[in-house]
Design a binder for this molecule. Structure first.
Ligand code: TIU
Length: 228
C-alpha cells in the first residue's frame, strides 16, 4: 500500500486531520495516581481530582483501539529523582503548600519516581512494549529522549491525551508543534481541574487555522480506527 493510500481523514477542528497510522503515535500524558487519585500531588495543590477521572474511560477505549490497530503508543510520567537533583528550587517551593514535591504522603513521596503515587493508574497501565518517558517538567520534550524515540520510529503525528489540558498536555503540544509534529487532541481524553481552562485550552489549539494542532473527539478517532 502506498503512503498516500494509507492516509485517512479524521473529522476535526479547524479541518480534517490527515491521519497516517504508520507515522502516528498515541502519546498519553501523565495519567498518574499523583494527579488522578486523592492524596497525591494534584490534591496537595488544592485540586479536586474528580474532574480528571472522567478522561479515564475514553482513554481506555482509545488505548485499546490503538493497540488493536498496531499504532505506536507511548506514555509519560511527570516526576523527579529520589534525590530531587532534577527539581528546580522554584518548583519545590511554588504554592507554599503544606506538602510539596518530595514530601511524604499517603501514596509515598509526592511526584517522586518509584513511589506508588508516581505510577500510571492501573486502568491505563502501559504494556511492556510501550515506552514510558519520565519527564521532570511540564512538557514531554524538555530534558527527555522523547523526540529521539519518535524519530527512530518515523513518527510525525501525535494523538495527545492525558492531564492536565492546559498544563502538561498544552505544553507538550506546543513543544511538539515547534518540532514539526502534527498534533491531534481528543477533547474527551484530556481533562483539567478547571473546566473553563479545559475549554479555553482546546480552543487555543485549533484557533487561527490550527495554530498548535487539531481538536476532535475519541469517537471520531475510533470511527476511523474501527473502519476497514
Ligand atoms: N497542576 C496541574 O494542572 N498539572 C501538573 O502539575 N502537571 C500536569 O499537568 N501533568
Amino acid at each position: 500500500m502506498s503512503a498516500a493510500a494509507a492516509t485517512r481523514h479524521i473529522s476535526a477542528e479547524p479541518y480534517a486531520f490527515e491521519f497516517t497510522p504508520a507515522a502516528c503515535a498515541l502519546l498519553v500524558i501523565d495519567m498518574q495516581r499523583d494527579f488522578l487519585e486523592p492524596g497525591g500531588f494534584g490534591a496537595a495543590l488544592g485540586n479536586d481530582v474528580t474532574h480528571l477521572r472522567r478522561a479515564i474511560a475514553p482513554n481506555r477505549a482509545l488505548l485499546a483501539a490503538c493497540r488493536a490497530t498496531g499504532l505506536t503508543v507511548l506514555h509519560t510520567r511527570e516526576g523527579h529523582r529520589p534525590d530531587l537533583a532534577d527539581l528546580p528550587p522554584a518548583k519545590k517551593i511554588r504554592g507554599h503548600g503544606a506538602r510539596t514535591i518530595g514530601d511524604p504522603g499517603p501514596m509515598g513521596r509526592l511526584l517522586v519516581r518509584g513511589e506508588p503515587g508516581h505510577a500510571i493508574i492501573p486502568e491505563l497501565a502501559p504494556l511492556p512494549t510501550e515506552p514510558v518517558i519520565d519527564k521532570p517538567g511540564k512538557g514531554a520534550f524538555y530534558a527527555t529522549d522523547l523526540h529521539a524515540s519518535l524519530q527512530h520510529r518515523g513518527i510525525r503525528q501525535l494523538i495527545v491525551t492525558g492531564v492536565t489540558t492546559e498544563v502538561c498536555v498544552h505544553t507538550t503540544v506546543r513543544e511538539a508543534n515547534d518540532r514539526g509534529y502534527d498534533c491531534l487532541v481528543p477533547s474527551d481524553c484530556v481533562a483539567s481541574y478547571f473546566p473553563e481552562f479545559h475549554s479555553a485550552a482546546l480552543k487555543m489549539i485549533s484557533a487561527q487555522g490550527g495554530i498548535f494542532g487539531w481538536v476532535t473527539t475519541s469517537e471520531k478517532i475510533l470511527a476511523v480506527l474501527h473502519s476497514p
